[in-house]
Design a protein around this ligand. Structure first.
Ligand SMILES: [Zn+2]
Length: 278
């Protein structure tokens, strides 16, 4: 059994992820997933459409940069820099999608119920499909923001910044930096909307997406998404410091002062309990 339980899930709402735990069931097979990229065949077209939306957005912003900002004045520089940052981040999103495609890890896109573009809750979870270890991006149909957010977590798995609990599919080791990266990537696509979440403030620029903004995120029901202390029962625990596969016990305890993180030297590098990038 894993030494670390109920640490964290990667996603937007605890409600969604709680449901997923029941859906996923146990996973104990570890077949070689092979070299090909797997998307649920029903959703292959959707993956392409989502990627193309991101590409089009990026090209539109590049055009804007060329046409509107030939020689920005000093006052215009902050706005110009924001636009440039959006392009840079969307390029990184597209590069990440390519990397996920090239990876031998199987990724699938799974849709949550709801009208296209309307359901924004999401999650990134591990499951075993036909004996193949699989990482699922659970998003609302054609929700580009969620797609960007969850696939950013996929990239974090590739970089060994997240692992998954084999018993329930939940991601372990998510930290503030991981969430800031995912929300900034999403914001680069759409600066007007990061719904269905509410927080202490509405971000008006990239620098507004901070650790305290992340910790202030609530669902529409007013429940906090993340919590820091043992006493907080709502929300899921998030690492205060950067966490990765090779983290040692001392650092992991500092990152999660709220949780029992076991006592092994490399607590996350436990192939029996966790699924991680080899
Ligand atoms: Zn996230």
């Amino acid at each position: 059994m894993p030494a670390i339980v109920n640490f964290f899930h990667v996603g937007r709402t605890a409600t969604i992820c709680t449901c997923l735990v029941f859906l996923l069931g146990r996973s104990d097979a570890a077949a070689d997933p092979g070299p090909s990229f797997y998307v649920d065949p029903k959703d292959t077209a959707e993956w392409r459409l989502l990627r193309d939306s991101i590409r089009q957005k990026k090209e539109g912003l590049e055009q804007e940069l060329r046409e509107r900002w030939n020689s920005p004045s000093i006052e215009q520089i902050p706005e110009y820099n924001e636009l440039q940052q959006r392009i840079t981040r969307l390029n990184a999103v597209l590069k990440n999608l390519e990397n996920l495609k090239k990876s031998k890890q199987h990724y699938v896109l799974k849709n949550l119920e709801g009208e296209p573009g309307q359901v924004s809750e999401g999650g990134t979870v591990y499951s075993v499909v036909d004996n193949v270890p699989t990482i699922e991006f659970r998003i609302g149909r054609m929700n580009v923001g969620s797609f960007i957010h969850e696939t950013t977590h996929g990239g974090q798995f590739e970089k060994k910044e997240l692992v998954f609990d084999k018993t329930n599919g939940i991601a372990i080791g998510d930290d503030l930096d991981d969430e800031i990266e995912a929300y900034k990537a999403e914001y680069a696509y759409n600066t007007a909307e990061l719904d269905p979440l509410i927080s202490v403030s509405v971000p008006r620029c990239f620098d507004d997406i901070t650790a305290s903004w992340i910790l202030g995120l609530q669902t529409k029901k007013g429940e906090y998404l993340f919590s820091l202390t043992k006493e907080d029962t709502a929300g899921t625990k998030i690492g205060l410091l950067p966490v990765n596969l090779n983290i040692d016990l001392k650092k992991l305890r500092r990152a999660f002062p709220c949780c029992d993180v076991g006592n092994s030297d490399r607590p996350l590098k436990n192939a029996e309990a966790y699924y991680y990038k080899q």
